[in-house]
Design a binder for this molecule. Structure first.
Ligand code: F6R
Length: 612
């Protein structure tokens, strides 16, 4: 989705803005632009296409200013084109704006502005913003920045939807204005320079000190100050947060792609997520939670709600919560949950999972639970993200920044954290099973076991070469292995564009087996001792019909002949996806590479989906 950067300081803004935009590329975009304040006013350069094209745009060489804003646009209203790219300016070229989010009532606002003599050049919803600011600013006495803030405030009062906006104005050559509602925005504090971004990694090379803006908070950035104003334009102080992510975690290092790096980082990200939460022979420690036995005994059901990969991670937690806590648990897609009138009461516990913490549907689903006075827990990877701020309790996966669009290390961190949460609830409820003690020990062994699986990368790469030109690939599994099959199919389709579907193995005979023909690839996942023999029977049915088989397993399969077997270490079936997904991540990665595709930035996809 769109990305925002901003800089004010004593250095030339242009290279800093370009650097930030390059780091935002992973979010997905189709045009880019920057505006700086020059001695003769605001200068705006933008184009369709990549940031590299912006860098080569001849007009950009004219930008000397030390204050500027930048944007990568992911087209929503109007096709990707220079005119639709941000920054947008008002008719009088006094104000430049970049905007993330969607203005739902932009048509009415356009009509209002048109009646007042304003004209529109682009098809975007954003262009109403600089013009409305101009309209309201003209109505003030224009006697200082408070008047300009009033104009921004009047403008945002008219806007329906979500927005993070960054504003420059010719009257304020040494200041930059920002505001957010339902769209991420952080402010980085430097020494005699300050930064803005929609995403921490974009400015992590410049500072680790951040302010996290809340909805309807305004900030005014000067070179050596940052002022915060509440929605009544009263000044207030904000706490600064130090981000512990290191810069190398947002860079590729020696890896060809972020996705490969992130796959190989999983032993580390799991270790960090476990942290001090799990210690042998001790109760689970989750300092962020304050949940009593009485509360849990009274919970009528748990909903786990998320989108995409995060939802598949959520699916793995149902078994542990139902078996040991005896609480009915349902896992839902956020975009469905929010509109299906789910049975939420004040005794319902809702858990929301979002790597970015900014997914619009997940946030809306969380707000729905709050309307019903249900307790909410957010699981996120991004400190201070929207979901974290909205929920009653927040738990972080400490996976470090995930840059590749296709999620890998965040997924495995989410699973481990959910398992820890499940054991924690069981302990709070006072249930004690030897199996849970063993599970804690197994959790501590996961990082070393992932290292074992990663050693299979070459074997997987060779198989990837053999199937890179397939049109359809099927994934099957049962129980927890079915959830991994879903994730494997998602990973493959999103980065290789191969049509891939996952089925619960037992469902094959109820329809999908009609698709099996000679030479088709079927990928089977088998880690559950109780269910593997059943999946083997299903695989034999597809082999009989000519399928090629790729198997991820920790079972002994001596008597069955498959085309390729990736053996993974033994592991409790509650957390087996953490290991069994790794070969599927690598397979998707190597197929995408084999096809010469852009692994980290697959077509049409965005890292953070901040619109519905
Ligand atoms: C797939 C993928 C997506 C995300 C989904 C939710 O690889 O990354 O399916 O999992 O868009 O994103 P978050 O977790 O940020 O809410």
């Amino acid at each position: 989705m769109c990305g925002i950067v901003g800089y004010i300081g004593n250095k030339k803004a242009k290279p800093i803005l370009i650097n930030g935009l390059l780091r935002l590329e992973y979010r997905g975009y189709d045009s880019a632009g920057i505006a700086t304040i020059e001695s003769n006013g605001i200068k705006n350069v933008k184009n369709k296409g990549r940031v590299a094209e912006l860098e080569n745009n001849s007009e950009i060489n004219e930008l000397e200013g030390t204050i500027g804003i930048g944007h990568t646009r992911w087209a929503t209203h109007g096709k990707p084109s220079e005119i639709n790219s941000h920054p947008h300016m008002d008719n009088k070229k006094t104000t430049a704006v970049v905007h993330n989010g969607i203005i739902e009532n932009y048509i009415e606002l356009r009509e209002f502005l048109s009646k007042n003599g304003y004209e529109f050049l682009s098809e975007t919803d954003t262009e109403v913003i600089p013009n409305l600011i101009h309209y309201y600013y003209e109505k003030t006495s224009k006697s200082g920045k408070l008047d300009f803030l009033k104009a921004i405030k009047e403008t945002v009062n008219q806007l329906k939807g979500s927005f993070a906006i960054e504003v420059l104005n010719n009257d304020f050559k040494n200041e930059m204005f920002v505001l957010r509602k339902d769209s991420p925005m952080v402010i980085g504090k430097g020494i005699e320079e300050n930064y803005i971004s929609s995403d921490i990694p974009a400015i992590l090379s410049f500072t680790k000190d951040f302010y996290l803006l809340n909805d309807f908070e305004f900030a005014v950035l000067g070179r050596d100050y940052i002022e915060f104003y509440d929605s009544n334009l009263e000044k207030f102080n904000k706490e600064i947060k130090n981000i512990t992510w290191d810069m190398s975690s947002a860079e590729k290092g020696n890896y060809a792609d972020f996705m490969l790096k992130e796959i190989f980082e999983q032993p580390k990200s799991i270790r960090e997520t476990i942290g001090s939460r799990v210690v042998k022979n001790a109760r689970i420690q989750i300092d962020e939670l304050d949940i009593s036995k009485e509360y849990l005994q009274n919970v009528d059901r748990i909903y786990i709600v998320a989108c995409g990969t995060a939802m598949y991670a959520g699916m793995t937690a149902k078994k542990i919560l139902e078996k040991y806590c005896r609480i009915q648990t349902e896992v839902d897609i956020a975009s469905e949950f929010r509109y299906r009138n789910p049975l939420i009461t004040d005794r319902t516990l809702c858990i929301y999972i979002s790597q970015s913490g900014e997914t619009a549907d997940t946030i809306a689903a969380l707000n729905l639970a709050k309307e019903h006075n249900a307790k909410t827990i957010a699981i996120s990877n991004v400190i201070g993200s929207s979901i974290v701020r909205e929920a009653d309790y927040s738990l972080y996966t400490h996976a470090g920044p995930e840059i590749a669009v296709a999620s890998t290390k965040a997924y495995t961190s989410q699973i481990v954290l959910l398992a820890i949460l499940g054991i924690y609830f069981a302990e709070v409820l006072g249930v004690s099973y030897n199996e849970l003690e063993e599970l804690k020990e197994e959790i501590l062994e996961v990082p070393t076991k992932i290292e074992e699986v990663l050693k299979k990368a070459d074997q997987i790469k060779q198989f990837a070469k053999k199937i890179a030109n397939e049109k359809d690939v099927f994934f099957i599994g049962r129980g927890i292995d079915y959830t991994v099959a879903l994730e494997g199919a998602l990973k493959l389709k999103e980065i290789s564009y191969i049509h891939s579907e996952a089925y619960a193995a037992g469902e094959l005979k109820h329809g999908p087996i009609a698709l099996i023909e000679n030479g088709i690839t079927v990928i089977g996942v088998m880690t559950d001792n109780l269910l593997s023999s059943k999946t083997i029977s299903n695989l034999q049915e597809v082999i009989t019909r000519g399928a090629k088989t790729f198997i991820v397993t920790n079972q002994n399969l001596e008597n069955v002949s498959f085309n390729e077997i990736i053996n993974i270490p033994q592991i409790s079936s509650y957390i087996s996806p953490i290991l069994s997904v790794v070969p599927l991540q690598l397979l998707a990665y190597y197929i995408s590479k084999e096809k010469g595709l852009d692994v980290d930035k697959p077509r049409n996809l965005a890292k953070s989906v901040t619109v519905e």
